[in-house]
Design a protein around this ligand. Structure first.
Ligand SMILES: C[S@@+](CC[C@H](N)C(=O)[O-])C[C@H]1O[C@@H](n2cnc3c(N)ncnc32)[C@H](O)[C@@H]1O
Ligand code: SF4
Length: 466
């Protein structure tokens, strides 16, 4: 039996993603009860330099020369690596590296920062246009067990992708990068990182959704993440979905979903938002998000549930020059982290002010650009908070999550007891079990462990398997 056959890694990732919402809710509630905790997630923009010129990119709305400006203002490598270390010590669980540049333009900063993130066993995600990966970088990323790499591809062929990205040969390079990741994962017998194709949905490609699923399958990617295009500049106006396209869209989503099931890349499709309430209305109303956020929050009387955005309690964005924001859409930076520690920034006055503003529905106009998947995140967090209010509900939620993973654990157990497995495979299985054991679920289970449900969880989770 091969390791690939026994560990459905997507299942583990999906499991962790669900846990994060529980974790956000857990920390937000703690904060509300007077115990201030660190952020859960950091989004990092290592550089604002880019080698492409995509028609829909927010860069197109910037007047200044971002490449030149970034070169002048970038935070040095040493501070990035130190920041990664501080975050590990403050209990951060998740780093996402992207921004409005191409992270691989500064591979000299990126790689050491990624290594430090993994040294603290935080979850790491990298989004890239996939055109600048040398083989040695790919090998290193696989080697450190980086969790997730998203390569942006906006069409199933060079004609569509290159014309949106505005540089010839981009499709060829991006698809090659995915293939090389698949090669190194196999060679180093690793199931990480998971490979996702990120697609910006627009008029030119919405009919190609099913073909994109096929492309993901052919390349060996694990998932396809589709995000409706946000309109940043008039240059991309002709790409906005009109009423006719919006009406046709569900048909293509449905077909893509069917194919996803056939090729076993369904989690991808659920990340489009079909399962996470992909809301056609939101897709159409992109650019009017502020109203949606406030309207949804005002439905609730509970002060914790009526907060329109929870980001300032769990999230932090660090830009290439070291400026820090509580959200990527906010225009005014709050602080600069070059000369302040993460702890000073996160618990400082400026962040506290933002928390107050958001609680009082004072969202700035920039919140209109909030992404549909973030709006969905708020709904999920609110739900988790509601469930968390009642310990029984929370326990049931955890139980459900654990039951979803029963198959996984059985397979792990079988693998651990399979004499034919070689040492490397055994180590990997043990490492996965260790990760599950150090998860929030386990911590919560320990807390509620003596209750009836808690005992059931304990038995289910660790019972006879370990
Ligand atoms: C700004 S890019 C930065 C990382 C990298 N340069 C890349 O292209 O993947 C981050 C992600 O945003 C997506 N993106 C770019 N413009 C967008 C838009 N107008 N609406 C939605 N997503 C967009 C990109 O395709 C990419 O997946
Ligand atoms: S590659 Fe990424 S950052 Fe560069 S222009 Fe395209 S979307 Fe923007």
């Amino acid at each position: 039996m091969k390791f690939e056959d026994i560990l459905p890694i997507n299942n583990v990732l999906e499991f962790k993603q669900k846990l994060w919402f529980t974790e956000y809710a857990f920390r937000i509630r703690k904060w509300y009860n007077g115990e201030k905790l660190g952020p859960v997630r950091i989004d990092a923009e290592i550089t604002r330099q880019c080698n492409l010129n995509c028609i829909f990119c927010v860069r197109r709305a910037c007047k200044q020369d971002l490449n030149e400006e970034s070169r002048r203002l970038e935070m040095p490598k040493e501070r990035w690596v130190e920041l990664a270390r501080e975050s590990g010590e403050l209990g951060v669980r998740n780093w996402s590296i992207s921004g409005i540049g191409e992270p691989m333009m500064r591979s000299d900063i990126l790689l050491p920062t990624m290594k430090m993130i993994k040294a603290y066993d935080m979850f790491g995600e990298l989004t890239s246009n996939g055109t600048l990966f040398k083989d040695k970088y790919i090998k290193e990323i696989v080697d450190i067990e980086w969790d997730s790499v998203c390569i942006s591809i906006d069409g199933p062929n060079a004609k569509i992708h290159d014309s949106l990205r505005r540089v010839k040969g981009t499709f060829e390079k991006a698809t090659r990068t995915i293939k090389r990741f698949v090669y190194w994962k196999k060679k180093l017998r690793s199931d990480l990182p998971t490979l996702t194709i990120n697609m910006v949905l627009n008029k030119m490609n919405y009919k190609k959704l099913p073909e994109m699923v096929k492309l993901a399958e052919q390349l060996g990617a694990d998932a396809l993440f589709v995000e409706p295009m946000i309109l940043f500049s008039p240059l991309a106006k002709h790409l906005v979905l009109g009423p006719k396209e919006a009406k046709e869209l569900p048909k293509y989503i449905e077909r893509a979903r069917e194919l996803g099931e056939e090729y076993n890349i369904l989690p991808t499709i659920s990340l489009v938002g079909v399962d996470l309430e992909f809301d056609e209305k939101i897709a159409k109303k992109t650019n009017k998000a502020r109203k949606i956020l406030i309207k949804e929050a005002k439905k609730y009387k509970d002060p914790l549930l009526s907060i329109p955005c929870y980001a300032p309690w769990y999230y932090l964005m660090v830009r290439a020059d070291g400026t820090v924001l509580h959200c990527g859409e906010w225009e005014e930076p709050l602080e600069n982290i070059r000369r302040k520690s993460l702890r000073e920034v996160w618990f400082g006055e400026k962040f506290e002010e933002v928390r107050k503003m958001v609680t009082n529905y004072k969202l700035p106009p920039s919140c209109d650009k909030c992404r549909p998947n973030v709006i969905n995140d708020m709904r999920q967090i609110r739900r988790s908070i509601m469930k968390g209010g009642d310990v029984t509900y929370l326990q049931e939620e955890i139980l459900k999550l654990i039951q979803e993973n029963t198959t996984l654990r059985r397979r792990l157990w079988a693998a651990l007891h399979n004499k034919k497995l070689n040492v490397n495979e055994l180590i990997k299985c043990k490492r996965e079990l260790y990760k599950i054991k150090t998860s929030l679920t386990y911590q919560l289970m320990k807390k509620f462990g003596e209750s009836r449900v808690g005992k059931k969880i304990k038995k289910l989770f660790f019972g006879r398997y370990v």
